[in-house]
Design a binder for this molecule. Structure first.
Ligand code: TYM
Length: 326
């Protein structure tokens, strides 16, 4: 059975882009593959953070992941910092990635520009991500479009390591959905929807109340003209709504446009589809949030399962690198 691995950062709340671009695939892949999913808390340390907020966000994110349909009995769900091999392997990845490769990562450019403090780890972050993936002999990585470059780098690192030191890592590939791979900000439809607090009205969070979801979608920016058609270059606002509607209802954005004549109808249909998609998730989340100790137990079990695979991979990597046995 194929091994699937993916991760999500516990920062700023889970939004519709995360869900449609990645998490929906996480849920469906858990029945078709040996799936390993990780709340990547170490990645959240690359930017200045509040410790109490990080602790709360990590737990809450794990509960959201269970609420969307991840079943800790059918997949491995754990917190990155609970499995020490991630940091250990990251060093080896840093030693295998070329400086020039890291410098070409567009996410580093986006995230560092205009920041008061840019950590060294923000630059080497893709090496930690490669470590996350390669530790699990991963075949497939379900992600949104914005992670494609990081998965390509992971592949290059795996191939280079294997060529230098012998077969050690499986070379993974990205799994990116047809609809929802790049959900755009509702207020600025040429920028991707993101966790940053910069555009709260443009970002629908999975835990937003139905009335809030409705308001955000109904006030979304549309385009000149009045025709409803999927054309991201000419009609970014309308196309974004069609992509959201399509991804929320399991059809292509082009099909989602069938029978919708006016912008107002498109907004109403999209809001309704998103609210209906989120309703059961929110109900389940509130049940889980009432019992944090149970989530803690599930995550500890997940970390035990993850550690077994990760420690075997690390043992192989250490031996092949020529590190003296302890
Ligand atoms: P993160 O936490 O920013 O996002 C989690 C997932 O959501 C997807 N995503 C989107 N998809 C469509 N439209 C959007 N607007 C949108 N915004 C986010 C992302 O593509 C991602 O799949 N570096 C990663 C986390 C990570 C990881 C890994 C992923 C760490 N280690 C190993 C895969 C494998 C990140 O910051 O994702």
């Amino acid at each position: 059975m194929a091994r699937v691995f993916s991760g999500i950062k516990p920062t700023g709340g889970v939004h519709l882009g995360n869900h449609l671009g990645a998490l929906q695939n996480w849920v469906s892949l858990q029945d078709r593959a040996d799936a390993v999913y990780c709340v990547v808390d170490l990645h959240a340390l690359t930017v200045p953070h509040d410790p109490d907020e990080l602790r709360a966000a990590t737990l809450s994110l794990a509960q959201i992941l269970i609420a969307i349909g991840l079943d800790p009995d059918r997949c491995t769900l754990f917190v990155q910092s609970h499995v020490h091999e991630h940091s250990e392997c990251a060093w080896i990845m840093e030693c295998t990635a070329a400086f020039g490769e890291l410098r070409r990562m567009t996410q580093f450019k986006d995230k560092s520009e205009g920041s008061d403090f840019v950590s060294g780890a923000l630059f080497t972050y893709p090496a930690l991500q490669a470590s996350d993936i390669l530790l699990y002999d991963t075949n497939q990585v379900p992600v949104g479009e914005d992670q494609r470059q990081h998965i390509e780098l992971t592949r290059d690192i795996a191939v280079r390591f294997n060529n230098r030191y012998g077969d050690t890592f499986v070379v993974p590939e990205a799994v990116i959905p047809e609809a929802g791979a790049r959900v755009m900000d509702l207020q600025h439809p040429t920028a991707k929807m993101s966790k940053s607090d910069e555009s709260p009205q443009g970002t629908v969070l999975l835990l937003d109340e139905p009335s809030v979801v409705e308001k955000k979608i109904k006030r979304s920016v549309t385009d000149s003209g009045s025709e409803v058609r999927y054309d991201p270059a000419e009609k970014p606002g309308v196309s974004n709504l069609l992509a959201i509607l399509g991804a929320a209802t399991g059809q292509s954005p082009q099909r989602a446009a069938d029978g919708i004549e006016r912008y107002g109808d498109l907004k109403a249909a999209t809001a309704e589809a998103v609210i209906e998609m989120l309703r059961p998730i929110q109900e389940r989340y509130h049940e889980l949030a009432a019992d944090p100790a149970e989530t803690g137990r599930l995550l500890a079990k997940g970390a035990d399962k993850a550690r077994q695979v990760a420690s075997a991979t690390m043992a192989r990597a250490r031996a092949n690198l020529g590190l003296l046995e302890a």
